[in-house]
Structure formats: C-alpha cells, structure tokens
Ligand binder design. Sequence first.
Ligand code: SAM
Length: 226
Amino acid sequence: MPIRLDQRLSAIAALVDFGSVADIGCDHGKLGYYLLGTDRAKYVVATDISADSLSKARELAFENGVSHLMDVRLGDGLRPVRDGEVDTVVIAGLGGDVISEILTAAKDDGKSFAHFVLSPNTHPEKARRALLGCGHRIIVDDEVECAGKRYTLIKTEHGEDSLDEAQILYGKFFETSDKFTRRARGELEYKRALLEKNPSSESLAEKVRSLEYALSRIRGRKDEDK
Ligand SMILES: C[S@@+](CC[C@H](N)C(=O)[O-])C[C@H]1O[C@@H](n2cnc3c(N)ncnc32)[C@H](O)[C@@H]1O
C-alpha cells in the first residue's frame, strides 16, 4: 500500500541516500516504510524507546509485507544499533537536547555511521554542537515548513567542521539563506518591540543583540559580494 508523507517527513526522506537506514524514535514507522517502498532504502532498523510506538511500526511493516526488510527494535537512542550497522541514521521529531544526548552516547560507545539526518523539533543548536564532537561535518542545514511550523533539517558526512556561535545558533549556512534573513528580520522587529515593553529583560536584550549581529554579518557578506 503506497503511503503519503507530510512535507516534513518528505523533506527528511529526500535527504536519505540509498542504503541501509536506522530510524531512531520511529513511532508509527512511516518513514522507514516509505523509504523501503520508494527504493530509497534497502533495509531499515526502526527503533523506539516506547513499546507501544514500536507495535504500530511492526504492524505497518507486517501488514505491508516488508517485515523482512524492517527490523523493529526497542531501546534508547542508538543503543539498539551496532557500530556501522547502517549507512544513515535518521533522528527526527525529537528535541535537540535528546538528539544531542543520543549522539554523545553513541560516540562514547564507539559507534560510527556514514551519515546523520537530523530534524530536531526544538533546540537545533544543541544537535549542531553535539555533531561537532562526533567527527561529522554538516552538508545540509535547511528548514522546512509544515502545518504552520518550521522544522530544521540537517545532513552530515564524516569530516571536520568548525562552526562559530552564530552558525551553531542559526545554521551553518545562515549567511546565504534568504529564508533565514526574512525570518530574522521579522523576529528582530518583534523582539525589539517586546524589549521596549520589558527593558530590564536580559534574555530579550541578548536575543536582540544576537539577531542584530547575525543580520549585520549577512549585510557585510552582501557588501563584499558587490
Ligand atoms: C514525536 S515522535 C517522532 C516520530 C517520527 N520520528 C517523526 O519524526 O515523525 C518521537 C518518538 O521518539 C520516541 N523517543 C523519545 N525519546 C527517545 C529515545 N531516547 N530513544 C528512542 N526513541 C525515543 C518516542 O517514543 C516517540 O515515538
């Protein structure tokens, strides 16, 4: 049975190269099933910390006759996946703090994978910071809108990366992203208005300074290109 993914999961699927894939925190298992059905994956390890979620994924695979290609495993983060067992590890729909813990635990366990595809639904900066310590470099750092929400999309490969604080916060390629520029301008206006009402808020003042700095870098880069 063919399956349609929403824009977020479709964008994540599009970042997966053909090969074997681990979908960490698979919940319903739709991503793994879609990857198999569209020949984007030859084999999927679908894991989740919740037995209830895993039974949905197991059922989806069984009902569609792909149980032999989708191995469903219970466990925390990358614990159920062996070192190098898959080409691509997808971790989507979890917070950046949990993704960061999963990446760090896998590194401490000596596990290495060719690619990560990450879509943290909060705190993408925590996921980027953890990647820096894992011997991976970011090759895609983008975002997708789905049902009125914005989701970060990150893809990596083995290599060295050195991101400065603004890149960790706003994305490796923020200086050349029109999407980011538009959003940052709007957010800056909004935060400045809030700061006017709450002038003693140090966190708002810091956010305004940070956005002003990011936008000044974008302007500086555009001036250089002229
Ligand atoms: C919001 S769902 C996301 C499902 C799917 N990945 C997606 O993007 O649509 C989050 C799933 O991650 C699972 N989860 C949370 N923490 C986890 C962890 N440390 N290890 C594995 N799975 C986890 C939850 O049980 C839940 O099924």
